[in-house]
Design a protein around this ligand. Structure first.
Ligand code: COA
Length: 329
């Protein structure tokens, strides 16, 4: 029997319609375009409309990912969504709602909670399902309406995030040189109180109804952890930074990305940056960034991608992935 490998068959994203600039925040907050740009790199972010929910963002990205994989909804064996802003508190899962909207019924659908590392966690889960021959085609989606958990009076958090959806189809292949080569994920709950959303069982007088973050401490841990994680995955697979076509980091903060990029000696044309446009879209940020280079016609079949992410939990992870999708015509 031939070996089976998981591969990234397609990539897609959905950007919601409401563009909010730093200047827009200047009208309601004690902040400035200069502060936000200098500390984060962010210039704009996009928010969903009040009518749009997380499953709508997931649906839009998921639909395009299925089309680009040249598949129909019937071919999808499972739908898995990563989100920190699910449509309902615990049920139904955003994956159940999105799968139904996509016309995928009577197939497994579930959410995972990996915060901003969600897409790397999804890759690992999908890879395991495929390589254990459980399924052939899995739709994975990072979808976030982070704006629904933001405190728009907290200048330390609300300017950092954006909404969006990013999706991919992961399919079986027999060609290892077209595969998701390696995925590493990890977590340490010790740091849970540095970045979190409201408790499920919060008392009615709980003051913490929104996302809370100790930005400075998150920043330091993120740089340290990611630099090591990325080094480890490259070494483990005997791949040099110059062998990587694109380094696609989680888009949280330009200074975190540059710090990790410089430690690894990546050249500027290897590093994919979308944080200026979209802000931090949590679990959607990596697939949105991959789709950005795909839409620009830069990402080609066979290109090697290095992904990394860090988020609440803390969670983190990295992946080495050969893109196995069709080139954009
Ligand atoms: N506009 C103007 N001033 C702001 C501000 C804003 N939007 N947000 C915070 N400040 C102020 C603070 O109140 C503080 O003022 P003080 O010195 O008078 O107390 C000052 O700026 C410095 O705050 P600090 O938090 O130390 O700044 P920083 O250089 O660490 O930058 C972040 C803040 C949030 C940009 C930065 O810590 C960061 O990006 N952290 C990581 C966040 C992240 O990536 N999280 C998600 C991980 S997935």
């Amino acid at each position: 029997m031939k070996d089976i490998f998981a591969s990234l068959k397609s990539i897609a994203s959905y950007i919601p319609p409401r563009c909010v600039s730093n200047a827009d925040f200047e009208k309601t907050l004690d902040t400035s375009d200069e502060w936000i740009s200098k500390r984060t790199g962010i210039k704009t972010r996009y928010f969903a409309t009040p009518e749009q929910n997380t499953s709508d963002l997931a649906y839009e990205a998921g639909k395009l990912a299925i089309e680009r994989a040249k598949l129909s909804p019937n071919d999808i064996d499972a739908v898995i969504v990563a989100t920190l802003s699910p449509e309902y508190l615990t049920m139904p899962s955003t994956a159940c709602i999105a799968a139904y909207k996509l016309g995928i019924q009577n197939k497994p659908a579930f959410d995972i909670s990996g915060a901003c590392s969600g897409f790397i966690y999804l890759l690992n889960v999908a890879k395991s399902f495929i390589e254990s021959r459980t399924y052939d085609n899995i739709l994975i989606i990072g979808a976030e309406k982070v704006s629904s958990v933001l405190d728009f009076e907290d200048r330390g958090t609300c300017v950092l995030f954006g909404d969006g959806g990013g999706a991919a189809v992961v399919s079986a292949t027999t060609d290892r040189s077209q595969s998701i080569l390696d995925v590493h994920i990890a977590a340490n709950g010790k740091y849970g109180d540095l970045l979190y959303t409201p408790r499920f069982n919060a008392t009615s007088n709980s003051p913490k109804q929104y996302l809370q973050m100790k930005g400075n401490e998150v920043f330091k841990q993120a740089v340290k952890t990611l630099a090591q994680d990325v080094k480890d995955i490259l070494e483990h697979n005997a791949i040099r930074p110059q062998d990587v076509k694109f380094f696609v980091p989680h888009q949280a903060n330009l200074r975190i990305i540059n710090a990790v990029g410089e430690m690894l000696d990546f050249s500027p044309d290897q590093i994919v940056l979308t944080v200026q446009k979209y802000g931090n879209t949590s679990a959607a940020s990596i697939p949105m960034a991959i789709d950005e280079i795909y839409k620009q016609g830069k990402l080609k079949n066979g290109d090697l991608l290095l992904l990394d992410a860090f988020g609440g939990g803390f969670t983190w992870g990295s992946a080495l992935v050969y893109f196995n999708g069709e080139n954009l015509q």
